[in-house]
Write a protein that binds this ligand. Structure first.
Ligand SMILES: Cc1cc2nc3c(=O)[nH]c(=O)nc-3n(C[C@H](O)[C@H](O)[C@H](O)COP(=O)(O)O)c2cc1C
Length: 215
């Protein structure tokens, strides 16, 4: 099948982190989440070892307890962020993140990609192999959702309380929570492209410092 470049590039350019535009009132069917996890499971894994699991949180009480822990960690983070923030873009991100934090308990579902093992004391190579085997799937998951009109947000603030969240969800302490994604249908269908520095400014050719833009 020929890939339609216009559509695939559009998907990659506009898969945004959704917070204020998440519809908290419309449930996301579990079958769709499983379909997206199925797609996401095709992402690369070191040695092709299938040591990933996924956990979908649907229960309202569990979501409320996780949201409380999330907020506890988020508040100090936002305070520090506000003290350091001087530009409009950062302020917008903090305001959006604050909104999600305030409404975290209302999200239709939370999805947590997990990987068996812990890497606190691992070498850098082992850590790269570990996270490189679970995070690509999380990004594929976000894009699979986006293709279905569903948004999500990459969050890690709950990890300040990883053990408590793990206990709530019965996750063994030998397992790592890679990211927590609140998931919900998004409102509106136009997304701006996130501003980033051009490739030629951030890419070196053959040697560190040899900027592609200067050649
Ligand atoms: C490693 C990582 C951790 C993040 N943690 C959080 C988080 O805890 N809460 C949150 O609201 N956003 C979090 N984000 C989302 C970023 O703030 C987001 O990528 C940024 O606002 C840009 O959004 P955009 O990609 O939609 O333009 C995280 C993103 C990454 C990559």
């Amino acid at each position: 099948m020929d890939l339609d470049l216009e559509h695939t590039d559009h998907l990659l350019l506009t898969t945004k982190q959704i917070r204020k535009r998440m519809d908290m009132t419309r449930p996301v069917p579990r079958e769709i989440l499983l379909q997206c996890i199925d797609i996401a499971s095709r992402a690369p894994m070191g040695s092709n070892l299938e040591r990933n699991k996924w956990l979908i949180v649907e229960d309202a009480d569990l979501k409320a307890s996780i949201a409380e822990l999330y907020r506890k960690n988020a508040e100090s983070y936002f305070e520090e962020g506000r003290a350091l923030t001087s530009d409009d873009r950062s302020e917008r991100v903090i305001s959006s993140a604050q909104h999600l934090s305030d409404h975290m308990h209302e999200v239709p579902a939370m999805v947590i990609p997990l990987r068996l093992d812990r890497v606190e004391n691992a070498t850098q190579g082992e850590q790269a192999g570990f996270y490189g085997s679970v995070l690509p799937g999380a990004w594929s998951f976000q894009m699979a959702l986006r293709s279905r009109g569903i948004g999500s947000c990459w969050t890690t603030l709950h990890l300040g309380s990883e053990a408590e969240v793990g206990e709530l969800l019965g996750i063994p302490d030998t397992v790592t929570q890679a990211v927590l994604m609140p998931v919900g249908y998004y409102t509106g269908d136009s997304f701006s492209v996130t501003p980033r520095r051009p490739a030629a400014d951030i890419t070196f050719i053959d040697r560190w410092g040899n900027k592609a833009a200067d050649l």
